[in-house]
Design a protein around this ligand. Structure first.
Ligand code: PEP
Length: 258
């Protein structure tokens, strides 16, 4: 069985002080035998202090992005090794804000280079995919997801894909308060798994954890997580408050009947 995985994407929020307070609150409330895997993805400058704060706990650390080269003249970027040195297990790649909001945006070819570099370094990628509202309304959701999966995972071998995480995050649901219905999310996740089965094989497709992301809150987490192909969530806004994040973890446990 796939172990559900709830990760908090803090985006560009928090100060060092409030980041420490949040982790302290999570440490106090997360039991050692929590059946859900939990990770936090703070802004890059806080990775090292947050690594110290989660040391010895079940909380894993992830980065929000990285560059794919080992080193070089890439001002402002961080390498896979730098993330490993900060104690990261995970790295979010291809987040919709990086694809569509920041600068000229990242395409599947660049994201694919990052996925390869992350895996080669020993990091686990959380590959984000998702359609925009106009694409959904034009009936293109499945073709957009297929293209993003095939582009993002091109050349990645089956065993590495099986250990990776995909986050299905409809762009129209991120930070908007709009959430995919459980049925919409399940349909998209089942499609992702079908594409993986076609690219690789059924065992590989069944092994991949697929998170849902897009305005997940304590009030909708349980219902979403009852869906068989949802394996946890990538949480933005609601990961910034301990009560909300813990509520989502609890909802995941209840939804999955763990
Ligand atoms: C995200 O940033 O990945 C996200 C899903 O944000 P939110 O939960 O705020 O919609």
């Amino acid at each position: 069985m796939r172990r559900p995985f709830v990760a908090g994407n803090w985006k560009m929020y928090k100060t060092l002080q409030t980041a420490r307070e949040l982790v302290d609150a999570l440490r106090e409330r997360l039991t050692e035998d929590c059946p859900v895997e939990v990770a936090i993805c703070p802004p890059a400058p806080y990775l090292l202090p947050m690594q110290r704060a989660v040391d010895g706990t079940q909380i894993r650390l992830g980065a929000q992005n990285m560059w794919h080269e080992k080193e070089g003249a890439f001002t402002g970027e961080v390498s896979p090794q730098m993330l490993l040195d900060c104690g990261c297990t995970y790295v979010i790649l291809g987040h919709s804000e990086r694809r569509h909001t920041i600068g000229k945006g990242e395409d599947d070819a660049l994201i694919n280079k990052k996925v390869h570099a992350a895996i080669e370094a020993g990091l686990t990628p959380i590959l984000c995919i998702g359609e925009k509202i106009d694409q959904r309304e034009a009936g293109k959701t499945e073709s957009v997801l297929t293209e993003q999966i095939k582009g993002g995972l091109a050349g990645v071998p089956a065993d590495k894909v099986a250990a990776s995480v995909i986050a299905y995050e409809p762009v129209w649901a991120i930070g908007t308060g709009l959430t995919a219905t459980p049925a919409q999310a399940q349909e998209a996740h089942a499609h992702v798994r079908a594409v993986l089965a076609q690219m690789y094989d059924e065992p590989t497709a069944q092994a991949v954890r697929i998170q849902y992301g897009g305005s997940v809150k304590p009030g909708n987490a349980e219902e979403l997580m009852t869906q068989p192909d949802l394996d946890g969530g990538l949480i933005g806004g609601a990961s910034l408050k301990a009560d909300d994040f813990m509520g989502i973890i609890k909802g995941t446990i209840q939804g999955k009947k763990l």
